[in-house]
Design a protein around this ligand. Structure first.
Ligand SMILES: Cc1cc2nc3c(=O)[nH]c(=O)nc-3n(C[C@H](O)[C@H](O)[C@H](O)COP(=O)(O)OP(=O)(O)OC[C@H]3O[C@@H](n4cnc5c(N)ncnc54)[C@H](O)[C@@H]3O)c2cc1C
Length: 493
C-alpha cells in the first residue's frame, strides 16, 4: 500500500518537501495553518497594493531554476525574473552609493574610494567563488546527520580555502581598509543573523552571490515563488490542506502514528515537520519524545527578529530604488543592541524596499508600495506607541534623505514584529529567520533533520540544515524528503 506522509507547514521547506515526497511516490498531505502557501513569504492586498510580507531579496537564482528543473518544469513558465540594476542603493552618512550589477563597474567605483580596491575586489571574489562552489555545491546538500559526512578528501582539501575559523570581519579587512567598503561587504552577513566577528569567512560566499550572481526580482512579487512551487507539488500529486492547524503529533512506542488537526486524528506512516522546530518539539510532542531540551534552545543564538512596516503612499517618491539600505548610523552600536546588550535600538540601521519602482502590479499608478525593516533582538515586546515612535523616526530619515514629504502621504500602514512572528508562525522568541549562522551552529551542529526519539519524524526548514534564507529552506525540504526515502522507507520495503 502507498505510504502516507504528512508535512506540517507550507513555507518554502514544506513546499519543497511536498514536491519531492510526491515525486518519490508517497501519498503526500501538507497541513498549513494559514489559508495560502509561502509561510513568511506570504503577501496581502490592500486597495490595489500587494505587500510581500517577508523576503524581498531574490539571490542564488540557480537554486530556484534547479527546483523547477527537478520536476521537468521551467521557472520561466511560472514567473518572470528581472535582474535589478543597480542592485541596491546604500545611504551612508553624507552620500549615497549605488551598487551596479556589474563587477568591473563596482571595482571602478570602489577604486575611487580606496586605491587598489578594484584589484582587491577581484581577488576577494575569486576566493568567495571557491567558497560558493564548495558551500553551495557540497556542504549545503549534506543532510549533516554526522561529522563523518564531511570526511571526504575533496571537502577536507577545500576546508583550508573555506576559512571556517576566520571571522568574516577579519577576512574582509585583509583586502580593504575604507569603512564604507567594509560596511558594504559586511552587509550580506546581516542575513545570517550574527555579528561579522562571529560569522565564519566561509560566508563571503554571500558576497559572491550578491555581486557576481546578482539581485533579481520575480514580477508580481516574491509571493509568486511559493505559488509556483505549490503548483509544481500539486502536479506531482501532493494534496494541500489550508486553515489546518496541527495540534499534536500522535506517537506510539517510539514511532509517529499520525497527527491531530483541529479535533480530528489522521493516520500517517511518517511526518516532516516544516514549521518552527522549537514549536513542533515543545508544543506538538510530549517531553519524552523531544530531541532537544528547553535549556538547549535557550542556549542557542537566534537570528534577530524584525520590526516591519507595510506602507501605502499616495504619490511616487524619487530618490529611492527598489532596495535601499540606510547605513547612516553606527553599525557597531546597532549590532551591540541586537546581540550583546539586547534592547530596542537607539539609532537603528534599516532597510526600505520599494517594489513599485520595478513592478507596476504592486501599487496603483503614481503611488508607492514601501516595506521597512529594522533588525531587532529576539525575545522583545512592543506596543503601538513604541512602533509609532520607530515609524516616525524612519519616516523622518527617509524624508531627510529624499527631500520629499512622506508622513502626510501615508494612506495605509500595518506593522509586524515579535508578537506577530509568534502568533502567525509559532516562531521561537519571535525570530525572523531562525538560528544565527555562527560556527557552532553550522551543519552537523544544528538541530537535526531526523528526530532522535521518533524514527519516522523528520524536520525541515530554516532552523535545521542547511540554514536560514529562501534557497537553504528549499534545499532543506528536499533533504528531509530524500532522508525519509533513503533511510526510513527503503529499509522497510
Ligand atoms: C522579514 C523577513 C525578511 C526576509 N528576507 C529574506 C530575503 O530577502 N531573502 C531570503 O532568502 N530570505 C529572507 N528571509 C528568510 C526566509 O524568508 C526564511 O528563511 C524562509 O522563508 C523560511 O521558510 P520555512 O519554510 O523554513 O519557514 P516558514 O516560512 O516559517 O514556514 C513554516 C510554515 O509552517 C506553518 N506552521 C507552523 N506551525 C504550524 C502548525 N502547528 N500547523 C500548521 N502549520 C504550521 C506556518 O504557518 C508557516 O506557513 C526573510 C525572513 C523574514 C521574516
Amino acid at each position: 500500500m502507498t505510504k502516507r506522509i504528512a508535512i506540517i507547514g507550507a513555507g518554502f521547506a514544506g513546499l519543497s518537501a511536498a514536491a519531492k515526497c510526491a515525486q518519490l511516490g508517497y501519498e503526500t498531505h501538507v497541513f498549513e495553518k494559514h489559508s495560502t502557501p509561502g509561510g513568511r513569504c506570504r503577501a496581502f492586498n490592500h486597495n490595489g497594493f500587494l505587500f510581500d510580507m517577508g523576503p524581498s531579496w531574490y539571490w542564488m537564482p540557480e537554486v530556484f531554476e534547479e527546483f523547477f528543473a527537478e520536476y521537468g518544469d521551467k521557472r520561466a513558465d511560472y514567473y518572470e525574473l528581472e535582474r535589478l540594476n543597480p542592485s541596491y542603493r546604500v545611504f551612508f552618512n553624507s552620500h549615497e552609493f549605488d551598487v551596479p550589477a556589474n563587477t568591473n563597474l563596482l571595482g571602478q567605483k570602489l577604486e575611487e574610494i580606496e586605491p587598489g580596491a578594484a584589484n582587491n575586489l577581484k581577488q576577494f571574489l575569486k576566493e568567495a567563488e571557491i567558497k560558493y562552489e564548495t558551500g553551495m555545491g557540497e556542504f549545503v546538500h549534506k543532510p549533516s546527520h554526522s561529522i563523518f559526512e564531511f570526511f571526504q578528501f575533496k571537502i577536507v582539501k577545500a576546508l583550508f580555502q573555506l576559512h571556517l575559523f576566520t571571522p568574516i570581519s577579519k577576512h574582509i579587512r585583509k583586502f580593504f581598509k575604507h569603512p564604507e567598503i567594509i560596511q558594504l561587504l559586511e552587509f550580506p552577513v546581516l542575513f545570517l543573523g550574527a555579528k561579522p566577528n562571529k560569522t565564519p569567512a566561509l560566508y563571503s560566499l554571500m558576497n559572491y552571490a550578491d555581486i557576481e550572481l546578482g539581485t533579481w526580482y520575480p514580477k508580481g512579487g516574491m509571493v509568486e515563488i511559493p505559488l509556483a512551487m505549490e503548483k509544481v507539488a500539486v502536479k506531482q500529486g501532493a494534496q494541500f490542506h489550508y486553515n489546518s492547524d496541527v495540534k499534536k503529533i500522535i506517537t506510539q512506542e517510539g514511532k509517529v502514528t499520525g497527527i491531530q488537526v483541529g479535533n480530528e486524528n489522521m493516520k500517517f506512516d511518517a511526518v516532516i515537520a516544516a514549521g518552527d522546530y522549537h514549536h513542533i518539539e515543545s508544543k506538538l510532542l510530549n517531553v519524552e519524545n523531544q530531541s532537544y531540551s528547553q535549556s538547549y534552545w535557550e542556549s542557542r543564538t537566534m537570528s534577530p527578529s524584525s520590526l516591519l512596516f507595510y506602507l501605502a503612499i499616495d504619490k511616487e517618491i524619487p530618490g529611492l530604488l527598489h532596495h535601499n539600505l540606510f547605513f547612516d548610523h553606527s553599525f557597531d552600536k546597532h549590532a551591540e543592541e541586537i546581540y550583546d546588550n539586547p534592547q530596542w535600538p537607539s539609532k537603528p540601521l534599516f532597510y526600505a524596499c520599494v517594489p513599485s519602482k520595478t513592478d507596476k502590479r504592486v501599487a496603483p499608478e503614481g503611488k508607492e508600495n514601501i516595506f521597512l525593516l529594522v533588525p531587532v533582538a529576539p525575545d522583545m515586546t512592543s506596543d503601538e506607541n513604541l512602533r509609532e515612535e520607530y515609524l516616525k523616526m524612519l519616516i523622518e530619515r527617509l524624508e531627510k534623505r529624499t527631500g520629499v514629504a512622506i508622513q502626510e502621504h501615508i494612506i495605509y500602514k500595518r506593522s509586524f514584529a515579535h508578537e506577530e512572528f509568534i502568533s502567525e508562525y509559532n516562531s521561537f522568541k519571535g525570530n525572523a529567520y531562525g538560528l544565527a549562522n555562527t560556527l557552532m551552529q553550522t551543519a552537523f551542529l544544528k538541530p537535526k533533520l531526523r528526530s532522535k526519539k521518533l524514527e519516522n519524524l523528520f524536520f525541515a526548514g530554516q532552523l535545521t540544515v542547511p540554514g536560514p534564507g529562501v534557497p537553504p529552506s528549499i534545499i532543506s525540504g528536499k533533504l528531509a524528503a530524500n532522508t525519509i526515502h533513503q533511510t526510513y522507507f527503503s529499509k522497510r520495503s
